[in-house]
Design a protein around this ligand. Structure first.
Ligand code: SF4
Length: 340
């Protein structure tokens, strides 16, 4: 959080604590000795405290190892290793409890997709140990324990995070939750809560206006027992879904109202054009947000400058360029020449 006195302060961000499947960028611990490349995790690692874990190696399966799979047997899902006939469901369940008991506070979770241990929901559950028939799909065994232990916490798999909208929502949620965790670790208190709510007011209004109002009532109700957990429950609820475009547009128009009479008709038209493209699904909200951010800086609007809505996570994580194939290469120099 920026110091209250600075009109145009540079925001410092809390470092989110993220549970991570260790085979994503951290270790060659997959069944075949592979590691999963994830530009998102690489980008995020310097800004977050990662808690990497590989449940399969933790329960004693080596690298390389025979693959495991989920099997539905008598209405029950079992984690088995077909090549050896081992059933490791109980071992995985016991490890998950031990590990999660010791994991402490987390702000978000990134797990490996489709893994029978870590997969978050799209894992094949086979009809039998040797059967090719997929009876259903669901989360992996370790992921089930994580979901039970941390309901409401942002959870994604590395595959989904390749989508910018999903990534933007995930980063917004985990950095906001990390900020709130720091507030709790600093002792909570009504003054910190009022400040947190004030700085996140536009962000929360965009996500869920009625929950934002309810949170405002808690922050405005003075020091009370249970106010921090009550506020936190609503915060997780509000951040569970991304904001609707209409709500984002309302917030941006409200913010733009701070500059009425001070920006030119052409500048206003530029903003309305960017909002129109966002509304029609032809662009994301970045262009419109950048226009209003430029006005905030130009007119030194301290209130809006402190609104996390405009920069919910570090700008360094906004590097979608990393996803652009050939970024940094002179692709035109590589064109075939008509007359070499
Ligand atoms: S998906 Fe999970 S269990 Fe499998 S290698 Fe990765 S971290 Fe280990």
């Amino acid at each position: 959080m920026p110091p209250e006195s600075d009109a145009m302060a540079v925001r410092t961000f809390a470092r989110p604590r993220l549970l991570l499947s260790r085979c994503i960028e951290f270790d060659r611990c997959r069944w075949n000795g592979d590691m999963i490349a994830s530009p998102v995790v690489r980008m995020l690692a310097p800004e977050a405290d990662m808690v990497p874990v590989c449940p399969e190696t933790e329960i004693g399966l080596g690298v390389p190892r025979d693959p495991v799979r989920l099997v539905r047997a008598g209405g029950d899902d079992r984690l088995v290793q077909p090549a050896t006939g081992r059933d490791i469901t109980a071992a995985m369940g016991a490890f998950a409890i031990r590990f999660l008991d010791a994991a402490g506070s987390l702000d978000g979770i990134i797990l490996k997709n489709r893994s029978p241990s870590c997969g978050t929901g799209n894992v094949r559950i086979y009809a039998g140990t040797a059967s090719p028939v997929v009876a259903a799909k669901g989360p992996g065994i370790f992921a089930r324990a994580v979901l039970d232990r941390y309901p409401g916490l942002p959870l994604e798999d590395e595959g989904r995070l390749r989508n910018f909208r999903i990534l933007d929502h995930f980063l917004t949620a985990v950095f906001t939750i990390a900020d709130f965790r720091e507030l709790k670790e600093a002792g909570g208190g009504i003054r910190r809560l009022i400040r947190f709510h004030a700085e996140n007011k536009l962000l929360l209004s965009a996500h869920n206006r009625s929950l934002a109002r309810a949170m405002g009532r808690i922050a405005g109700g003075g020091e009370q027992e249970g106010m921090i957990p009550a506020y936190e429950a609503l915060l997780l609820q509000a951040l569970a879904r991304p904001p609707r475009p209409g709500a984002v547009i309302d917030v941006l128009l409200h913010a733009a109202g701070h500059f009425s009479g001070r920006v030119t008709a052409a500048e206003k038209a530029l903003l309305l054009d960017a909002l129109g493209r966002y509304r029609r699904g032809q662009a994301d909200a970045c262009a419109a947000k950048s226009i209003v951010r430029a006005w905030i800086v130009r007119f030194e609007d301290g209130y809006l400058d402190r609104q996390t809505f405009f920069a919910p996570y570090p700008d360094t994580l906004f590097a979608r360029d990393a996803e652009i194939p050939g970024h940094g290469r002179d692709l035109w120099a590589e064109r075939p020449q008509a007359n070499p």
